[in-house]
Every structure is written in C-alpha cells, then in structure tokens.
Design a protein around this ligand. Structure first.
Ligand SMILES: [Cu+2]
Length: 695
C-alpha cells in the first residue's frame, strides 16, 4: 500500500503540545463560577436522548471504550444491539440483533457505499472513520423508508453537518491523537475555514497498529494501516441555501487472522455534490438533492502481509515445492442520487422523494504458481435500483404523533458474464405511534414495519447452489455460482413489530426497545465443508425476537451507575433449529465518577455462552462452528480536562488480561497454527491514551 507522508502528524502533535503548555500555565484559579461544566466522559453506555429508544444518537467525536474506534464497526459496537464478526484487529462486519449484511443499511450522508470484496473484507463500515463525522443516528427496525433499499434490521446514518462559521471566528476544528499498546497510533484532524457564506473543510486521518497479543501472550495476525482524506467546499449564498462539493480518497491494508488472505489495498475515491434549499414556501420547507460517486478498489492476497503457503507441483515430470501466491483485485463503481422534499402542512409533516443506486462490480484473479488459472479484470455484476418514498408524520397533539411511510424500489441485477438478469419490485413500509407523558418523563413508541429485499451482491456472487449450471475446476471440484442462477433465491420479506420506551424519574433513567419479527424466505448460507468452495444459499422461514434495555442511577452529582443488556433470539422455523451467527446475551455495567476537571470510569462487560447455534450455517462472512463460552472483561477509563478545549482520556482495556474469544470471531486460518474451528482470541490487556483539542 502506498502510505503517503502524513505531514499533519508532527504538526498535530506540535499544536497539541504547544497549546497544552500554554493553557496549563494560563489556567486561572476560578472560584464561585455560576456554571460548572463537568469533564467529558469516555462514552460506554447509551445516554438518554430525544428519540425515545427507537432512534439512538451518538457523538463520534467522543472517545469510546474499548479503545477509540478506527472504523465504523468498532464504533457501532459501543451501541447496544450491535456486535461484529471479527476478522482480526480491524474491519469487523457488524451485526444488529443477530441480523447481518444488507439487512443493516449503512449510510454516510445519505449515500451507500458497499465496498468491493465478495468476501466482505471491506464491509461498508471499513471505509468509515467515525471521528470525521458529526453525528451517528441508528434507527432500529424497519422504521424508516427514506433511503434506497430499506434496511430490515436497522438504518445507520453517519452524518456531517454544514459548517456555521462567522467572520469573527472564521475557523473551527478538532484534532486528536490516540496512542495505544501494540503500536496503535491514530491521528485525526478536522479543520474548517471560511465565513458565513462559504467554507472549506478538511478531514484527514491515519491509523496504524501492529499485531496484538491475546491474554496468553499469543500474537494474533491483526495489524493494519489506513488513511483517509476528505475535502469539502461549501457555499451558503443565503441563510436557507447550501451547496457542498466534496471529494475524498483513502487506502489501507489489514491482516486477517481469520482468513486465508489479507487485504493489501482498500482504495476509495469519492466525489459528491449535495444541495439544500429551505423555506421555499410556507408549505415546502426543504428540498434536498445529492449525487454521490464512489470507486472502491480492493486487493487481497496471501503473500504481502503473510508468508504464502507452499504447494507441490509437477513441472516437466519433477515434483517441486513452490509458494502458492495468489491475489485478487476487485472493484466497484457506484453512482447514487437522491432528491427529497419536506413539506409541512397543518399537523402533517411529509418527506417524499426519489432515489437511484447504480453500481458495477468487477474483478480479476492472479495465481502465480498456476498462470493458466489467471483471469483478467472483467466486470461481472451490475446493480440498478430506482425508488420512490413518502414518510408522513401526523402530530395529533404535542405529546402524540403517528409516523408512517411507504416506498417501492425497482431493482435490476445484470450478470455481465452471461447476459442474464433479474428484476424485482420491492415494497417496504411502516406505521408507528409515538407518545410522550412529559409530566412523568416518559416516552414510548410502537411500530409495525415491512421490508422486502432482493438477494444482495454477496448472496448472489459468493454462494453456490445445488441447482443450475455448474463448473468443474482443475481440482475436480464442482461449484455452482448463483451468477448463473439469478432466479434461484426468493426475495426476503420481513414483518416486524418494534416497541420501546424511555423514562426519567428523579435520579433514575431507564429505557428499553424490543422487537419480534417474522421473516419469510430468510437467505441462509450453509457451509458444507471441503467439497464446496462456496456456501450454499437457500431460503428458509424464520422468527426473530429480542430486546435491548438499560437502567441508570445518579447517586450524586458526581457518581453515576448504569447497567444495560441485549439479547437476540432467532429460529429457523423451516428446519426447526436456531438461526446462526447470533451473539449471546450480554450485559454492561458502568460506574462513573465525574468531577469538574476529571472523570473516572469502570466498564464491566459480561457475555453469556451461546448454545443456540446451527452448526455450519451462517452468512457470507461467518458461520457457527461451536457453542461459545461465557466471558467477562473489565475496563477502566479516565479523562482529564486540561482546558475547555483540550482533554485527555486514558483507558485500560481487558484489565484482568483474560484470554477469550467471542461467539462471532472467525476461526483462525490454519496457516497460523489454529486447529479446525478454533477461533482467534480477542486482545489481552492493553492501554491507550487519547488527546483531543477543539479550536
Ligand atoms: Cu477481499
């Protein structure tokens, strides 16, 4: 990977160091302040928010524990309901309530960037550096239809906001450095300059880490390097108009303990134009339009970040042992567009719009020891969708409202290898009631949603089927690619009930969100062992249910405690067995002491065993290989506010140096000495420090 010289690195450190020195010296001793602002905390639990438990909002510019996130999946795991299928140190693939992949819509500023790897090494979250965003919004369940191809489990939006600079303060920004065990070093800079009517903003970051060690001191193949740089040019000709042109680039490499290859390139190029006009008339409150282009170019191989496995070949009658080097380059070019209009009329607020997604995927294969197996780069699949939606909010009174929405997506998938195609019309919709009892500090909701989705790229591309046209390779293995069988999988249809509440009463706050769903034609993958190169994909019927909940108590102005938990349950009713790849019951206990200048925190994470498994079944990335054991980990954190603008946070994760693996960790690749079905372990005790400065 080409690592650019990161010129900002020494600069950031210098700025931080200099400003600290100045601020510490200049710190006046103040007494009798009318307003006491407490030190920031390391975020380890869901805070009460406006969204009554259905909509979770998080501030990605605050540190989390474990160690501040390097990608979107890391950050999301700090939110109850999320887990991840881990590959190694980074680029995990999130699950939400046991649901995986396209069931979770991951959006950055309203656009979706799927990544290119047929094995999801570059899951959508792997291209997201959370600290470059201002806000993360998670909408649980199928309870919004505002985005193309509705997510049935959740919709996650990483958002940046337009700059609000003035001539008095024509700049704004934040810089942070994370230093941690095992060579972890992150730099993040966000800097904007401009005035009331125009601005330029740069987001740049870099993150590196070496292989970590588990609690037994065993090294795990998990190092990574990545960088991102994004520039936005904004124009606000009037208070109500906003236009932003943005361009970004990034690259990285990551070692995967749980795979037979590593990711040696994760190139991203993106370009976008976003426009917004507010208050067009008394009724038309907002018109938003956006066009986003992205290009992902990913290389995976088995020799750049690890030693290639050896293979014995017969060359001119002689047995020779040679390294079996291979690599694949895969790329996806995406063009998404969206137009949405918000109208307010009497007690109705309506967001309606149209959107489209188009992307083309292609790849090559290079086998160094067997050049006859090489295939040159060629495009293989093309996706197109056009959608229209309308989402209505009807305010019955200030404390009660109905929200409902409907959308339809027209999806067309073309195999560019054989000219076959598939077309689907996918409806989705929801209705929910939200109620507030302000005198009791109580908010609640109940909603019903429905989503129909076409099999996604991975379910079509990275699977086999027992029907259709097969091909036999030189090893004598026959595989059937869905590429040739676009019609073999039915659309997956989910109907789900979502209910929840949030309450604050004196020193107590509590929240819960629960769901129960029926999934018709759930797309399930079955791994049958060595004879099949690709998992078998098929439709089954399923029932799912579960909940996330939390309770917090404020002992005093300074001492808080909370407990939160999550549980997801799924059953494959066609075969009368559990749905696979569902993380077990988990609870997190937080104790926090917050003072004006500093805070101290303790996070205890207790995870139960998972015995509801379905052997050798799973999704594109992971499958159940055994029941998993319970474990718990302890983490400590602290912050210190040097000035209003500069704070330091420190953490010790896995304080007791436990050796443990999580249910969803992938099996370690055999070349690293793992036995069959032996999962790699999580990181042992590790330390980190983050310094951040706002300017
Ligand atoms: Cu890959």
């Amino acid at each position: 990977m080409a690592q650019p010289k990161f010129l900002l690195q020494p600069l950031t450190v210098a700025i931080l160091a200099a400003s600290n020195t100045i601020m510490v010296w200049a710190e006046p001793v103040q007494h009798g302040q009318a307003h006491v602002s407490l030190a920031p905390i390391v975020v380890t639990a869901q805070q009460p928010n406006q969204g009554n438990g259905l909509v979770i909002q998080a501030d990605p510019k605050q540190p989390i524990q474990p160690i501040p996130a390097t990608d979107g999946a890391d950050y999301l795991q700090s939110i109850m309901g999320f887990n991840a299928i881990k590959n190694g140190g980074t680029n995990g693939d999130v699950t939400f309530r046991g649901m995986f992949g396209s069931r979770i819509k991951i959006l950055t500023d309203g656009t979706e960037n799927l990544g290119a790897c047929p094995a999801r090494m570059d899951a959508p979250t792997s291209y997201i550096q959370p600290e470059s965003f201002d806000k993360i919004t998670v909408i649980k369940g199928p309870q919004t239809v505002q985005y193309a191809n509705t997510g049935s489990a959740a919709t996650v939006v990483f958002e940046r906001e337009p700059e609000k600079l003035t001539q008095e303060k024509p700049y704004r920004g934040q810089a942070s450095v994370v230093v941690g065990s095992y060579g972890r070093l992150d730099h993040n800079v966000e800097a904007a300059i401009g005035d009331e009517s125009k601005y330029a903003r740069l987001n740049a970051n870099r993150s590196v880490a070496d292989d970590y060690q588990d609690g037994d001191g065993q090294s795990v193949h998990s190092n990574w390097k990545r960088w991102n740089a994004d520039l936005a040019l904004g124009w606000k000709p009037t208070d109500d108009s906003w236009l932003e042109l943005r361009a970004g680039k990034g690259d990285g490499e990551a070692a995967y303990a749980g795979r037979s290859m590593d990711g040696s390139q994760f190139k991203r190029e993106s370009l976008g134009l976003h426009a917004e006009q507010k208050n067009l008339t008394d009724v038309i409150k907002k018109v938003e339009a956006q066009v986003d282009y992205s290009y992902n170019d990913h290389i995976m191989d088995n020799f750049r970040l690890r030693a290639a496995p050896m293979t014995t070949m017969n060359m001119h009658g002689m047995q020779m042992t040679v390294p079996n080097k291979m690599e694949m380059e895969v790329a996806r070019r995406t063009l998404n567009s969206r137009l949405a209009v918000t109208t307010d009329w009497d007690r109705f607020s309506v967001v309606s719009g149209v959107d489209s997604q188009r992307n083309t995927h292609g790849g090559n294969m290079i086998m160094y020891a067997m050049p006859s197996m090489n295939s040159p780069f060629a495009n293989d699949l093309k996706f197109q969708s056009y959608g229209a939606f309308s989402e209505w909010t009807y305010n019955i009174d200030p404390d009660q409202k109905w929200v409902a929405g409907a959308r339809v997506d027209q999806v067309k998938i073309d195999s560019l290898k054989n000219g076959k195609s598939r077309s689907d019309s996918n409806p989705s919709g929801f209705i929910r009631i939200e109620k507030t009892l302000p005198e009791h500090g109580f908010k609640t909701y109940a909603g019903l949603g429905y989503v129909e989705r076409s099999p996604d790229f991975w379910e079509l591309y990275s699977t086999s089927t027992d029907r259709g046209v097969g091909s036999t390779d030189m090893m004598g293995m026959t595989t059937y690619r869905m590429l040739d069988n676009l019609d073999n999988l039915n659309n997956e249809r989910t109907a789900q009930l979502d209910v929840g509440f949030q309450a604050e009463h004196g020193a107590w706050n509590t929240w819960a969100s629960a769901y129960a769903g029926l999934i018709k034609d759930f797309i399930l993958l079955q791994y049958n062992g060595a004879n099949e190169r690709y998992p078998l994909a098929r439709n089954v019927d399923a029932t799912i249910a579960g909940a996330e909940a939390g309770i917090g108590y404020q002992f005093s102005d300074h001492v808080q405690a909370d407990v939160s938990g999550m549980y997801a349950w799924g059953k494959n009713t066609s075969d009368d067995r559990p749905l696979p790849q569902i993380a077990p019951l988990e609870a997190r206990v937080n104790l926090r002491y917050v003072e004006e200048k500093y805070s101290l925190g303790l996070l205890w994470r207790a995870v139960a065993k998972q015995d509801r498994i379905s052997l050798n079944e799973g999704n594109v990335v992971g499958y159940d290989m055994n029941e998993s054991k319970a474990f718990n980990t302890l983490a400590l954190n602290g912050t210190y506010k040097l000035t209003d603008a500069v704070d330091v946070s420190v953490g010790v994760d896995n304080v007791l140096n436990q050796t443990y693996t999580e249910h969803l960790n992938k099996a370690g690749a055999s070349m690293f000495g793992y036995a069959a079905s032996e999962q790699f372990n999580n990181i042992g005790r590790n330390y980190w420090m983050r310094m951040s400065m706002k300017f």
